[in-house]
Design a protein around this ligand. Structure first.
Ligand code: ATP
Length: 239
């Protein structure tokens, strides 16, 4: 029996009737990172959006915690423990860091005491967010804003965390810091799906790598079995 929390099998999806993903399969397991790699426009974001319930499923299967997801609306998926951090720094720039984090918990209707417990947990993971709690989120550095976005997703107490290019636009030293946090989150038992352009950084933290090209899987391999990273990089460039 599979111990996957999420199974994506032969997924076809897109925007309305427009097909952008034809055949994508992968799993997400508790305490592991599945990296979805591939060049721009290959269908990674579209795939995550389908799992989050933001894009329609045209074919194939999404199974989460043993149940089919296709007919579950997006807001109900959040309550089931599926959190999606979209590409780019999606923080409310004028709102304080604290307000941004609290927004992530409101979706669950958590009571104040529960919210405070979650905040403590997130402050432990990202001490800088405690330090900057009263600053407008827009005043933080790019890496810190990414941490606010991840912290906001964590407030919903996910079991499955999907991160869409958390390294996007960040300096290499900051990418390393973000990946170190991803590693800690994985150690805490979260199932993580990580979409990345930064192949080396992603492989460093991942347990399984799936490369997508033109909406189809072209490589799927446990990281432990990858002996030639260049092959993965070539696949990510469509070669
Ligand atoms: P990137 O790294 O650029 O985010 P990606 O692998 O995440 O790339 P997607 O964003 O999933 O790729 O795009 C897959 C395909 O879907 C592309 O052909 C893209 O042009 C198309 N697409 C993306 N967003 C939309 C949209 N809102 N409406 C229609 N087509 C879209």
């Amino acid at each position: 029996m599979s111990d996957a929390l999420l199974t994506v099998a032969g997924l076809a999806t897109g925007y309305g009737d427009l097909r952008a993903v034809w055949d994508v399969s992968f799993e997400a397991r508790p305490g592991q990172v599945t990296a979805l790699l591939g060049r721009n426009g290959s269908g990674k974001t579209t795939t995550l959006r389908a799992v989050a319930g933001l894009n329609p499923v045209h074919g194939g299967e999404l199974v989460y915690d043993g149940r089919p997801l296709a007919s579950v609306p997006a807001h109900a998926r959040v309550k089931l423990g599926i959190s999606y951090v979209q590409e780019g720094k999606r923080v409310f720039r004028e709102q304080s860091v604290q307000e941004n984090l609290l927004l992530g918990g409101y979706s669950l209707g958590l009571r104040r005491r529960a919210l405070e417990g979650e905040l403590d947990r997130i402050h432990e993971l990202f001490p800088i967010l405690r330090e900057k709690r009263d600053s407008p989120a827009g005043a933080l550095s790019g890496g810190q804003q990414q941490m606010v976005a991840i912290g906001q997703a964590l407030m919903a107490r996910p079991r499955l965390l999907m991160l869409d290019e958390p390294s996007g636009g960040l300096a290499p030293s900051v990418v390393a810091e973000v990946m170190a946090r991803v590693s800690e989150l994985k150690a805490s038992g979260l199932a993580i799906v990580l979409v990345e352009q930064a192949v080396e950084a992603a492989v460093e933290v991942a347990d399984h790598v799936t490369v997508i090209d033109v909406g189809k899987v072209v490589v799927s391999s446990p990281v432990a079995e990858i002996d030639d990273l260049e092959r993965i990089k070539d696949a990510c460039m469509g070669r």
